[in-house]
Design a protein around this ligand. Structure first.
Ligand SMILES: Cc1cc2nc3c(=O)[nH]c(=O)nc-3n(C[C@H](O)[C@H](O)[C@H](O)COP(=O)(O)OP(=O)(O)OC[C@H]3O[C@@H](n4cnc5c(N)ncnc54)[C@H](O)[C@@H]3O)c2cc1C
Length: 422
């Protein structure tokens, strides 16, 4: 496994279950990828700053259950009140309330027209032209105006929701997501510590996990695959029959790989969006109040990017979660500085007597949401991408192959296992 986030960890555990020997090469110093938990030394509480919620499907319950991590129903942050603020001015937007989601049944009807979107990118040929429209046009055509702002809240990290092809919105705010929300069946870890799953998996996989590891050379031939890796404990050479790439499949991920022209041409089409999170320790912020960033004068009141999605109650005293996004590249330091400046503006504008005591965590989750242009999708990009499964002994899973949803990625990965194990 190259990459030990949600997909790589799941695949390693399940392939070992099936009797195969595995090795996980993870660049970071821990497994989990976008799953990260902050343990507050002041209150002793924990808050997940990345992946938060899961679908109630047997595979999710089994995966958490085998590692003894209890799940409970997600009921939101009890007692939270949303205030609607334009972070560009620091002012509460007078009179703004989110529109009643009267178009939700119409949106569900559209998702039901494209059931394959809930399974992956196995798209029909030709790809329905509707799915390739900029989502703003798609929304007007189908009368979805009343839920555009709501969908933007679910589609964090996807860039400018009005301009991206509708297919990416429909995949991220999927039938599974809508069903789980409407039935109140979403799950969260009881201890508010999703990282526990990955810590337990790290222990279970033992020396088969190489943390802080970088691939330096991959050679794939008829007689097997050789992966050279540098690790904090020195170089390692892994001999394997199959490779499973779960890291984002940008060309930059494949440094040292013997990519052929087909692989290079396909991965070279991807571009990506940008997403950051932080945990802010605040004083003066009213307890139980979350701020949603809205544009006072923008279409659908969607806040422009780069910018905040919101400042959210965490359930841990004095700690709020920060979500920030951008369509184009912005340096981490610039984002961090913007977050600090925008929090100060809330005070200067007289909206909240808030003081930033410190950013306890600041993290770029980049690259986030790999996408291609509508013309590529129409031209069969995803058919060619899926056609790479098994080529040169290499298989692929992860968000770029389906969607940013751990539960659905585990299901997608599970369905791929027989082919990998064959
Ligand atoms: C802030 C945030 C909140 C989210 N909330 C939710 C949620 O509530 N529920 C949900 O289901 N999903 C959520 N997601 C979506 C999340 O992206 C997916 O659920 C899932 O984590 C994606 O899994 P993955 O395996 O594709 O990628 P990741 O989990 O990111 O794993 C990829 C791994 O590859 C490693 N890597 C990258 N490059 C290399 C390399 N060259 N060599 C070796 N290793 C490499 C990375 O370090 C990482 O560990 C959230 C995402 C973010 C950023």
């Amino acid at each position: 496994m190259i990459g030990g986030g949600a997909s790589g960890t799941y695949a390693a555990v399940r392939l070992r279950d099936l009797g195969h020997s595995v090795a996980v090469v993870e660049r970071a110093g821990r497994l989990g990828g976008h799953t990260e938990t902050y343990h507050d030394p002041v209150s002793g509480g924990s808050t997940d700053i990345g992946v938060l919620i899961y679908h109630d499907i047997p595979l999710v319950r089994d995966f958490f259950g085998r590692f003894g991590v209890p799940l409970v129903r997600y009921t939101g942050q009890g007692g939270t009140t949303n205030h609607y603020v334009d972070f560009r001015t620091g002012l509460v937007v007078p009179g703004y309330t989110p529109p009643a989601p009267v178009a939700l049944p119409a949106y569900i009807g559209l998702l039901q027209q494209y059931p394959y979107l809930d399974q992956g990118f196995d798209l029909p040929d030709p790809v329905p032209a509707d799915l390739l429209l900029p989502f703003g046009e798609f929304a007007v055509r189908h009368g979805l105006e009343s839920i555009v702002h709501m969908l933007n809240g679910y589609a964090q990290g996807l860039g400018d929701i009005l301009r991206i092809p509708a297919i990416y919105v429909l995949k991220n705010v999927s039938l599974s997501v809508i069903n789980s929300v409407l039935t109140g069946s979403l799950l969260i870890t009881e201890r508010r510590d999703n990282s526990e799953l990955y810590e337990k998996a790290t222990g279970w996989l033992g020396p088969d996990v190489l943390l802080g590891a970088s691939v330096t050379r991959v050679r794939r031939g008829q007689r097997g695959i050789q992966v050279r890796v540098t690790t904090p404990h020195g170089p390692r050479v892994i001999h394997c029959r199959k490779l499973l790439v779960t890291a984002p499949p940008l060309l930059s991920t494949f440094g040292g790989f013997d990519l052929d022209a087909t692989e290079r041409a396909i991965f070279g089409r991807f571009r990506h969006h940008h997403y950051w999170t932080a945990v802010a320790r605040l004083s003066g912020m009213p307890a139980g109040v979350s701020l949603v960033n809205v544009g006072a004068d923008t279409p659908y009141n969607i806040a422009p990017l780069p910018g905040w999605y919101g400042l959210t109650v965490t359930g841990v005293p004095d700690l709020w979660g920060v979500k920030y996004g951008s369509t184009g590249p912005v340096g981490d330091q610039a984002v961090r500085a913007a977050i600090v400046a925008d929090l100060r503006r809330l005070r200067r504008a007289g909206s909240y007597p808030v003081e930033l005591e410190g950013l306890e965590v600041f993290k770029g989750h980049n690259p986030f949401e790999l996408v291609v242009r509508p013309g590529d999708i129409a031209g069969g990009f995803y058919r060619r991408l899926y056609g790479l499964q098994g080529r040169n002994g290499t298989f692929y899973t992860g968000a770029a192959f389906h969607t940013h949803d751990s539960s659905l990625l585990w299901r997608f990965t599970e369905e791929l296992l027989p082919r990998i194990a064959a």
